[in-house]
Design a protein around this ligand. Structure first.
Ligand code: KG4
Ligand code: ZN
Length: 338
């Protein structure tokens, strides 16, 4: 029975998870609040906060799973991509545990892990998981990708953003509206009561399966600037309609490309993943288009959408079964393709 301890520290969550034979036994996350006051993640502060939290987070995840380090069969960590100082904390911590307890080491790609979050089954194994091949729209704070997944560890990026990521589009739009960081969940919250057809923002014309969000950001910036000249309270008075309109445009940009990818590949097992897949507008529109197009749709449970170590653990489980291990010379990488 493979018991794996996984550590995630690529950005601003310090997380640890224990996975026992492919079932998540614990999933502990410490979110770093310190960045809110700066309007974005400050890399140096993130590294320091990871250092402060990691012992407790790992300890709690072991206790919650009712296992000790001696019981663990392999130690996994996020190797890339991410903030290099943040990745270093998790990498060196995992390497130290592997050395001290003489355990194999498994390096995980964070974006592959977001995709494989769709493979996590609940304890009673009642949720459906996708069959291969499937497509996954992975939308996070740093990435927007359409991934063709042929097997657990065989993935190809077939479309991606040329500039901002979808999460950045949410966060930067929120910043223009004067909302605190991270603004994505707040746009989601206000959009619930708004009219998505009230304001029309442009959809960029980008070839193939790639995305672009920088034009949308500029359009929102100028629109808000001009409306505020006419009415200083424009944002406060129309926040729900503005958020609903922004959200609906980001979602339509994402889903139009996903539909194109499904048409071109003929694949109809379709997943979403990453922090933005927590967005209620995206989740409901995705399910709606899935019914219209005859897709089988999959969305990870809410707690496995935003950054977490359970997705690192499940990916490590498949690497463990495939016998893919690292030695202690392994180093993290801020950018790495798969
Ligand atoms: O996957 P994630 O937790 O971290 C990265 O790997 O980047 O994604 C974080 C991103 C942020 O941009 C955040 O604003 C966005 O996901 N996000 C959301 C929602 N929840 C998180 N965006 C829109 N609606 C949400 N409910
Ligand atoms: Zn992520």
């Amino acid at each position: 029975m493979a018991q794996i301890l996984a550590i995630e520290s690529s950005c601003d969550e310090t997380a640890a998870s224990v996975c026992i034979e492919g079932v998540i036994a614990s999933n502990i996350i410490a979110s770093q609040k310190i960045h809110e006051q700066y309007g974005g993640v400050v890399p140096e502060l993130a590294s320091r906060a990871h250092l402060q939290a990691i012992v407790q987070v790992v300890d709690t995840s072991l206790k919650k799973a009712n296992v000790t380090l001696e019981d663990i069969d392999a130690i996994a960590f996020t190797q890339s991509p991410g903030l290099i100082g943040a990745l270093l904390v998790g990498t060196e911590f995992a390497k130290s545990l592997a050395l001290a307890f003489n355990k194999p080491l498994i390096a995980v790609h964070h974006m592959q892990a977001h995709v494989l979050a769709n493979m996590i089954q609940s304890k009673d194994k009642t949720n459906a998981i996708p069959e291969f091949p499937f497509l996954c729209l992975t939308v996070s704070g740093g990435h927007t990708q359409i991934v063709l997944c042929e097997d657990y560890l065989q993935m190809k990026v077939i479309g991606q953003t040329l500039d901002d990521a979808a999460g950045e589009a949410f966060d930067k739009s929120a910043k223009i509206l004067g909302l605190p960081y991270p603004g994505g969940p707040l746009i989601d919250k206000y959009a619930k009561d708004g009219n998505a057809d009230k304001y029309k923002f442009p959809e960029p014309k980008i070839d193939g399966l790639n995305f672009s969000f920088s034009g949308l950001k500029t359009a929102i910036l100028y629109f808000i600037r001009d409306e505020k000249i006419k009415n200083d309270n424009f944002v406060e008075e129309n926040i729900a309609d503005i958020c609903a309109s922004i959200q609906s445009r980001i979602v339509s940009i994402l889903l139009n490309k996903l539909k194109k990818a499904a048409d071109e590949t003929g694949i109809n097992n379709i997943c979403i993943a990453g922090g933005v897949s927590a967005n209620k507008g995206l989740r409901s529109s995705f399910e709606k288009i899935g019914i219209e197009e005859g897709w089988k749709t999959f969305i990870p449970a809410f707690e496995y959408c935003t950054d977490n170590a359970a997705m690192i653990a499940i990916t490590a489980y498949y690497k463990y079964k495939a016998g893919i291990f690292e030695d202690l010379s392994v180093v993290p990488s801020a950018r790495a393709v798969f």
